[in-house]
Structures are given as C-alpha cells and as structure tokens.
Design a binder for this molecule. Structure first.
Ligand SMILES: Nc1nc2c(ncn2[C@@H]2O[C@H](COP(=O)(O)OP(=O)(O)OP(=O)(O)O)[C@@H](O)[C@H]2O)c(=O)[nH]1
Ligand SMILES: [Mg+2]
Length: 305
C-alpha cells in the first residue's frame, strides 16, 4: 500500500477535443491498460469514461469524453452534454487535437478549433493544449504555424506535442499537470483503474468490435446493452443485445451465414476474458429499435444524458 503523506495530490483531469483526436488512446496510454475503446472512426466514445492513475505522489482520475462536434439530433446533443459536463468537475482540462490532420486540412482546423477555443476561454479551470499524432509528422517544423494559431486563439495556454500512440511527450504533459492538482488523499484503491462497471466495459468492447467491422453510417446507428450477466467461480455467461435502428441493418450486422456476428463475438470474448480474468461465454442478439437515437428513455438506459 502506498504511504499517504501530506503532500499527496489527487484530482480530476478532463480530456476534451474534437472527435478522433486521440483522447481515448491517450487515456489508455496514461493508464497503461485499455480502459477506453478506440477506433479510426469519429464519435467512438459516447459516455464519460474514467481511468485512474495512482502513483506514489498522486492519484489522477482522467475523464475521457465524447468528441465535440456540430451534428444534430438527440444522441448527439446528449454526447455534447456529456463532454461539456466533464469540464465542470475537472481540476485540470487537457484540450487534445489531431496535429497531423490539421496540417492536411487547415480549413477544418479553423472550423473545429475556433468555436472550441471560444468556449474553452470561458472556463476557469487550468488548461493545457496537447497537439497529438506528432508521430505522423516527419518534419516537426511544419507544426509551427499550428502552434502560432493556437497561441493566437488561446494566449497563455501551454502547448505540448505528443503521440498518444507511442507515448512521446506524455510524461512531460503529466509532469505539468500534477503540480496544478489539489492536495488530498486518494479517492480510490491504488489498484483500481476505472470506476466503470464490468458490464459496461463488456458492452463497450462489443461496440468497439462492431465499429471496427462495420462501415458508413451503421456504427453510429447501433447500441449495445448487456442484458444478462451470470458469474460462477470460473465462468461468466453474458448475453448482450445489439440494437440497430433499421431492419435493413440487421442482416448486415449478422453477416453472411452469421459470419460477422461470429467474428465480433469471438474478438470481444477474448478481450472480455482478459478484463474479468475468467472464461467467458458470450451470446449476441440483434434487435431492431427504430429511431433509438431519438429515444430519451433508451438513451438514459445507455447511461447517456
Ligand atoms: N498515428 C497516431 N494515431 C493515433 C494517435 N492517437 C490516436 N490515434 C488514432 O486515431 C484514431 C482515433 O483515436 P481515438 O482514441 O478513438 O480518438 P478519440 O478522440 O477518443 O475519438 P472519439 O471518441 O471518437 O471522440 C484511432 O485510429 C487511433 O489509433 C497518435 O498519437 N498517433
Ligand atoms: Mg474516444
């Protein structure tokens, strides 16, 4: 057990930024384990995801949030609320953005950054900017105009250049965050890495495998819920439902002769076994739930809103 001294610090750090910036990847990199699902598609994260880092001198609860975007609809507005709510409770905010993408698409940078910077300027919490994916930028000098623009938009905010994927610059960022956190005892046991229930983690892993296997609008129109969880000493039996919004989506999710669903189930099972530390029997069902993305009570049941 870590000995708690009076100079122990503990606090909450929110990771916020546009979709696909690498927030969940950064969380996993910092925690050293996969607590958040990741995919190349934007809007992978839907709920606030926590990851807890405990060291000799500090405990940080990181809040990974859904990417900030400008899309319409109830699901999207719930996602935005969840992202901005993350800020209210945070001691420190890390604003993460995809540096490589903005080098390719300067107009997108203006479109995404300007409204976000305006909003972030109004929050009082200490703020850091992390320009991510610098592993994809061979000539680092190319990043200078981006940092100049960020300086213009958010003067006095320190900028870090990081790679959430390989960890470059991440310890330097942490070293700046820690002294800003308040003194206080740890809130969670030192071996706990998230506050999320295993049932939720399992549903997320299934959703990640679906995100990776499906394309176009389909991933955005599905939700996963664990309906049944039965545990013995050596085995966990899980039954989960994949909800799709249209009848035409159901056969796509199931795949030819059930191949896609089978693959998703196998991939998810292996990872769920890792987190529960037991053998897993996983059963997946696909159900049609028209317009679920606009259904408030269903969104609540997914932990949104
Ligand atoms: N090359 C490179 N790719 C990265 C890095 N960080 C994240 N990625 C990739 O970028 C994609 C998006 O990463 P996520 O971590 O899911 O991004 P996010 O900000 O959580 O996205 P949302 O949850 O959709 O808002 C994934 O394909 C990651 O593998 C990085 O430092 N370098
Ligand atoms: Mg994410």
């Amino acid at each position: 057990m870590t000995e708690i001294t009076s100079d122990f610090r503990s606090g909450i750090v929110a990771l916020i930024g546009p979709p696909n910036a690498g927030k969940s990847t950064l969380l996993n990199q910092i925690i050293g384990e996969k607590v958040a699902i990741v995919s190349p598609k934007p809007q992978t994260t839907r709920n606030q995801i926590t990851g807890i880092l405990t060291r000799e001198d500090v405990q940080i609860v990181f809040l990974d949030t859904p990417g900030i975007h400008q899309r319409k609809g109830k699901l999207n507005s719930f996602l935005l609320k969840s992202a901005w709510d993350g800020l209210a409770s945070a001691d420190v905010i890390v604003f993460l953005l995809d540096g490589h993408l903005y080098l390719q698409k300067p107009q997108l940078m203006e479109r995404e950054l300007v409204p976000l910077a305006e909003r972030l300027k109004k929050v009082r919490n200490p703020l850091f900017i992390a320009v991510n994916k610098v592993d994809r930028v061979k000539d680092k000098k190319l990043l200078l105009p981006l940092s100049a623009r960020l300086n213009e938009l958010m003067p006095d905010v320190e900028i870090f250049f990081i790679s959430a994927r390989n960890g470059d610059g991440v310890q330097e960022l942490l070293a700046k965050i820690i002294p800003v956190l308040p003194y206080g005892p740890p809130l969670y046991p030192e071996d706990q890495i998230s506050t999320l229930p295993l049932r939720f983690m399992a549903a997320e892993i299934i959703r990640e495998k679906l995100f990776l296997s499906l394309h176009k609008e389909l991933p955005y129109n599905l939700a996963v819920q664990v309906e049944h969880w039965e545990e013995t000493e050596t085995l966990v039996k899980i039954m989960a439902t994949i909800y799709v919004s249209r009848s035409s989506h159901k056969p796509i999710v199931i795949g030819h002769r059930g191949q896609l669903l089978k693959k998703v189930g196998q991939e998810a099972r292996v990872e769920i076994e890792e987190i529960v530390g037991k053998k897993v029997y996983l059963e997946l069902w696909v159900k049609i739930k028209p317009k679920w993305t606009e259904n408030t009570s269903f969104l609540f049941s997914l932990g949104l809103g």
